[in-house]
Design a protein around this ligand. Structure first.
Ligand SMILES: Nc1ncnc2c1ncn2[C@@H]1O[C@H](COP(=O)(O)OP(=O)(O)OP(=O)(O)O)[C@@H](O)[C@H]1O
Ligand SMILES: [Mg+2]
Length: 500
């Protein structure tokens, strides 16, 4: 299998998807393989060092054991006389040039043949440390030539110790053979282990990692397709957690994207409607301008209001269009008298001429609010419209016996804060609508209702650093708006600028 191929989200193997290939050569599998072989070789080398030292010490001990046996034979000969040919044979069989033992104060040369002129090294096996065994074995392997060495080991019987003079070369050659065997075995083990480790890691980690990568790459290419969402496995380890988290994240992202594109489509539709509405309003404005010249006193009373409403509607369409997005323009705040705004709201909502709904305005005399007049007008209009709609639906639900229907607007000032309340005697806000009352598209399903009125009102109030909420525990519904005045410094700076 190629080290760089990747699987699709749900399958295990599907080679050749270029976008999923790791950049620049080796993938995870290749790297794992390259890493495993040297690691196993290092382990083999670490094992080799004590093994060769052990081999060397064992060989020397074998020599000493053989020499001890020979010494017993040589020592047992009557009067210590052994024929030269026999002693040579014995020495040859134990690979030694001389054997001596120490008994009491005496050191006895039991046999010797062709003694060398000089002895290169002494090796004392009686109290050899591990470190000495390691350095001794490596020294012997690294030297060249055939020097004579003396091995001293524990004796048997009455002998205190035994000494053997022997050649280094045969011992070194057997060590080379041993090393060669170790290297061959280590290589075989390394390849086998690397293969097993590679397979295990591949199935445990590399394959699931490739699934994750494939899913990420696929999702990146087409985040709106549910086919690219990873199907999590049942694993309970970190990879299982990563798969489940990735799957949840992809699902969330996909639904967010869907919602965003729906909103974008809606935004476009709103812009188009807005555009044509502005044109229609502009022609209505032309007609209402002509209406103003009709001498009838009633027309004279209503025409300026109609003109003013149309002007406001056109300005609003225009500002939304030129702003080009769903966000409201920043409020143009100033201190305004609230009473005329409330009056205009009443007239625009058609409540001035509606006898079925009582209108109560309890506003402190001369109350001013630090607000954008057009935006405050829109906030109040939305609330009053909602109240009127609630009352209408209430009365139609109750038949003709609908009780006292009233919309009440109160206004007061508490220090630097203006508080306005719009309340009605309708059925109140349904419980399930309350949770997301000020969010867009939250509506109780009233025909013709888009669920935007309160969202717009809340956005406008917040742009004034104010608050809007539903007052709990009242008859019908009561919405409270709190609008604080801007800090004095800002006001004075603005006034100074205006004067300048
Ligand atoms: N005064 C009220 N009395 C009872 N229910 C209300 C009142 N004001 C709002 N609601 C409830 O809150 C919901 C959301 O109101 P909102 O003004 O945001 O949307 P809408 O009136 O349905 O539609 P839109 O205002 O966009 O035409 C309404 O559908 C209604 O159920
Ligand atoms: Mg509404």
């Amino acid at each position: 299998m190629a080290a760089t191929d990747l699987q699709p989200v749900q399958d295990t193997d599907q080679p050749g998807q270029p976008a999923m290939r790791p950049r620049g050569g080796l993938g995870l599998s290749g790297k794992l393989l390259l890493l495993t072989v040297p690691l196993v070789m290092i382990a083999a080398v670490l094992l080799y060092v004590p093994a060769i030292a052990n081999f060397w010490v064992n060989r020397l001990n074998d020599r000493v054991a053989a020499a001890n046996t020979a010494a017993l034979v040589l020592d047992a000969a009557p009067l210590g006389m052994v024929p030269d040919s026999l002693s040579r044979q014995i020495l040859k069989s134990i690979n030694a040039r001389a054997v001596a033992i120490k008994m009491g104060q005496q050191r006895r040369l039991l046999a010797s043949d062709n003694l060398p002129a000089a002895i290169e090294h002494d090796i004392d096996l009686r109290d050899m440390t591990v470190w000495e065994a390691i350095t001794g074995s490596f020294r012997m392997m690294l030297e060249t030539g055939n020097q004579a060495i003396r091995i001293v080991g524990p004796g048997v019987g009455n002998a205190q110790f035994i000494e053997i003079v022997t050649d280094e070369l045969p011992l070194r050659q057997s060590m080379y053979r041993f090393s060669r065997n170790v290297v061959v075995v280590a290589l075989i083990i390394a390849v086998l282990t690397a293969g097993l480790v590679y397979l295990a890691l591949h199935y445990l980690f590399v394959r699931p990692m490739r699934r994750l990568t494939a899913s990420l790459v696929g999702f990146h290419e087409n985040p709106e397709s549910s086919a690219r969402i990873i199907v999590p496995s049942q694993r309970s380890d970190e990879i299982g957690v990563a798969e489940r988290e990735l799957s949840d994240m992809q699902r969330d992202l996909m639904s967010m994207l869907h919602q965003k594109s729906r909103l974008a489509a809606l935004g476009l539709a709103v812009s188009k409607i807005n555009h044509d509405l502005r044109n229609l309003l502009a022609s209505a404005q032309l007609l209402s301008d002509q209406l103003a010249s009709v001498p009838d006193p009633r027309v004279q009373r209503f025409a300026p209001k109609l003109v003013r409403s149309l002007e406001r509607a056109i300005a609003f369409c225009q500002s939304t269009l030129s702003y080009g997005r769903a966000q409201e323009a920043a409020p143009d705040r100033r201190m305004i008298l609230i009473e005329p705004v409330v009056l205009e709201v009443r007239e625009t909502a058609g409540l001035a001429s509606d006898a079925s709904i009582a209108w109560v305005a309890a506003i402190e005399r001369g109350l001013t609010v630090d607000a954008d007049p057009d935006q405050l007008f829109r906030v109040l209009l939305n609330l009053v419209r909602n109240a009127a709609q609630a009352l209408e639906s209430h009365s139609s639900g109750q038949g003709s016996q609908g009780g006292a229907q009233q919309i009440r607007i109160t206004g007061k000032r508490e220090g630097a804060v203006a508080i306005l309340e719009v309340s009605d005697t309708g059925p109140g806000v349904p419980q399930k609508t309350r949770e997301h009352l000020f969010e867009a598209f939250q509506t109780s399903g009233r025909p013709g209702g888009s669920g935007l009125g309160l969202a717009i009102a809340a956005e406008l109030v917040r742009a004034h650093d104010g608050e809007i909420h539903l007052v709990e525990g009242t008859i019908g519904a009561t919405f409270r708006i709190v609008i604080p005045d801007r800090p004095v410094e800002l006001l004075s700076i603005r006034n100074e600028r205006a004067r300048a």
